[in-house]
Write a protein of this length. Structure first.
Length: 232
């Protein structure tokens, strides 16, 4: 047998060095591309559901529609996480005006040590943002409201652009709240309760029209958020 590599000999056998992946800050166009790609995957599932309906398998079609709702919330959540990472980084570098919520972010001392040692390298800040929000779901109405305040984006402007209806007596922000709460509730019932109500274990109905309405609504909300972020 040949001589063993000295580089490998310095490492304990059967172990691997842990390499932390670099945290990537995507530009706004890339963030939107990721969302659009995810939305495309979700819409593709309608064909599968339609086939089930044509073959009289309504229950299987409803399972697909239910999965689409869960995937839609995931796509929206991922978009908001990437947007948050981008927006806070822009504030950190001075490209966006800092908000009050940004100024009040809590940072652990271990992160402060990293920042002091990093000098001009801002990678530590991306790591901080990624770690801080990684386990947080951002798709409830209150979470969306909080993130828009954090990033300095006007929630009322989003609501007006997406939910305005002529002669309607319901405020656009109330419509947006009802829409996001409804979708969040549906997602939780499907993901955590197998689509069944706690009260009587009956399955809550999911229809194709309902799913299409949620997809179109989220697409419009993201479109307006994207427009506002680009204009900052």
């Amino acid at each position: 047998m040949g001589e063993r590599s000295l580089d490998l000999a310095s490492r304990r056998e059967g172990t691997r060095e842990k390499v932390s992946p670099a945290i990537v800050k995507f530009c706004l166009n890339e963030i939107k591309e990721h969302f659009d790609e995810n939305l495309g995957y979700i819409r593709e599932q309608f064909c599968m559901a339609d086939e089930r309906v044509e073959n009289g398998k309504e229950d299987e079609a409803e399972n697909i529609w239910s999965a689409q709702i869960v995937f839609l919330e995931s796509a929206f959540d991922f978009y908001l996480h990437e947007l948050t990472k981008f927006g806070l980084s822009e504030m950190f570098t001075g490209n966006w005006q800092k908000t009050e919520k940004y100024s009040n972010l809590s940072i652990k001392m271990s992160i402060v040590d990293k920042a002091l040692n990093a000098r001009e390298d801002s990678a530590w800040f991306l790591e901080f943002v990624d770690e801080f929000y990684r386990e947080i779901t951002l798709v409830s109405y209150q979470s969306v409201k909080d993130q828009m305040n954090l990033l300095g984006l006007n929630l009322q402007e989003i609501a007006d652009a997406v939910f305005y209806e002529r002669d309607s007596s319901v405020k656009t922000k109330d419509k947006m709240e009802s829409f996001l709460k409804g979708l969040y509730h549906r997602r939780n019932v499907i993901a955590h309760q197998s689509g069944r109500r706690h009260s009587d274990a009956r399955r809550e109905e999911v229809t194709k029209d309902m799913v299409e309405n949620y997809i179109n609504g989220i697409e419009k909300i993201v479109g307006k958020i994207q427009e506002m972020a680009k204009n900052k």
